[in-house]
Design a protein around this ligand. Structure first.
Ligand SMILES: Cc1ncc(COP(=O)(O)O)c(C=O)c1O
Length: 397
């Protein structure tokens, strides 16, 4: 029996959506740790391979626990179909490369997570796929970069770590006019705060490692789109290159997304409170938070996001020395380059996540030596603010 109801609200979908119970009627979703599937007869195997009957063939293609995770993500995202992948990067690279061949052209926002930027800037050109990186904040840059062979637009919004946003609906419109597909990495926003498909994007990708697991346990990813796009571009690529998610991790992610709305709500509230606190501190040069009215692109955020973010970016006066001193003095907030966790995590992008970019490229993205990124957890906001207050005192001492 499959549980799926398109009229349920997200919090209900995330607990019940896509569940398929075995004949035991288990409450919690079962983990099907199997590589293969048994057929009653040779004729049944032949029919399954011909696509004449429904059912699983081999776990690299699909399997029951992964299927539940994919169905639940589809219900949340409003997508027709999905494929779960072993990591966020498996999702990003498959979503981009499955629809390109030598001679095609990608236009991507330059403000991307480091590995995503490597895929479009280094890997794709090594296979003869051209790439143009643009400052994605300005729509005219996307328009100017279009060539007759442009097939894919790629962006993340808000961006890592400086929380810039891109007008997704405007880029999607340009992609449609150019006959290209827009792929959006929606990791920072989560499916609760932003729905790229509703804004006109063609494909959405997630690192499920972040908020979807939300408890720092396993890697995972997911690609969501129309059934037509998946059938035409991803289906064969996925089967034959093998980025499939482990069923155990699919189960962990299914458990994770049951509490996604509760966590994202608390994390966003905490992020907003810490951002407001930091903005008042004399050691902090500036705070960037999508939920604040002083965000440089507050108008686009109001149009396309349902809330702020679980992340805050801020710049310490005193550069790297002050940023390191602050991080070292924090107690509850842990130093880690991961994000979306129920534990608050802080990182210094110039020496960690963005250390592979040269100084000029970092400056273009607004990452200075004093830039710090906080991923707010689900702790009590008063404890987080006390932790920052104490650490800032230690920096000044
Ligand atoms: C925006 C963004 N996209 C993709 C990824 C890659 O995800 P994963 O680490 O699950 O491969 C990350 C990881 O930090 C990310 O922040």
């Amino acid at each position: 029996m499959s549980t799926a109801n398109n009229t349920w609200r997200p919090a209900t979908q995330l607990v019940h959506g896509g569940t398929t119970r075995s004949h035991h009627g288990e409450t919690s979703e079962a983990i099907f740790l199997t590589q293969g599937f048994v057929y009653e007869t040779s004729e049944a195997a032949e029919a399954r391979f011909k696509g004449e009957t429904d059912g699983f063939i081999y776990a690299r293609y699909g399997s029951p626990t992964n299927d539940m995770f994919e169905r639940r993500m589809c219900l949340l995202e409003g997508a027709e179909d999905a494929r779960a992948t072993a990591s966020g990067m498996a999702a990003v690279s498959a979503a981009i490369l499955c629809q390109l061949k030598a001679g095609d052209h990608i236009v991507a926002a330059r403000a991307l997570f480091g590995s995503c930027r490597w895929v479009v800037e280094t890997l794709a050109p090594s296979y003869g796929i051209e790439c143009t990186l643009v400052d994605g904040r300005f729509i005219e840059n996307w328009e100017k970069a279009i060539r007759p062979n442009t097939k894919v637009f790629f962006l993340e919004s808000p961006t890592n770590p400086t929380l810039e946003v891109v007008d997704i609906a405007a880029v999607a419109k340009l992609a449609d006019a150019a006959g290209a597909k827009l792929v959006v990495d929606n990791v920072f926003a989560t499916p609760l705060l932003q729905k790229p498909l509703e804004l006109g994007a063609h494909v959405v990708v997630y690192s499920a490692t972040k908020h979807i697991d939300g408890q720092g346990r396993c890697l995972g990813g997911v690609i969501l789109s129309s059934k037509d796009w998946i059938d035409e571009h991803l289906h064969d690529y996925f089967r034959h290159t093998g980025p499939a998610l482990s069923p155990f991790n699919a189960w962990t992610l299914l458990k994770g997304i049951e509490t996604l709305p509760l966590r994202v709500r608390q994390q966003s509230e905490n992020a907003a409170k810490v951002a407001d606190f930091l903005a008042e501190q004399s050691q902090v040069a500036r705070v960037i938070y999508p939920g604040r009215s002083d965000h440089p692109q507050a108008d686009i955020i109001a149009k396309q996001m349902k809330g702020g973010s679980t992340l805050v970016c801020f710049e310490m006066k005193g550069g790297k020395k002050a940023a390191f001193a602050l991080q070292n003095a924090l107690d509850i907030v842990k130093i880690s380059n991961n994000l979306g966790d129920s534990k608050s995590l802080i990182t210094h992008p110039a020496t960690t996540t963005h250390k592979n970019l040269n100084e000029e490229a970092r400056a273009e993205l607004g990452i200075s030596d004093g830039t710090v990124r906080l991923s707010a957890g689900i702790e009590d906001s008063a404890d987080l603010i006390e932790d920052f207050a104490r650490a800032l005192k230690a920096v000044s001492a």
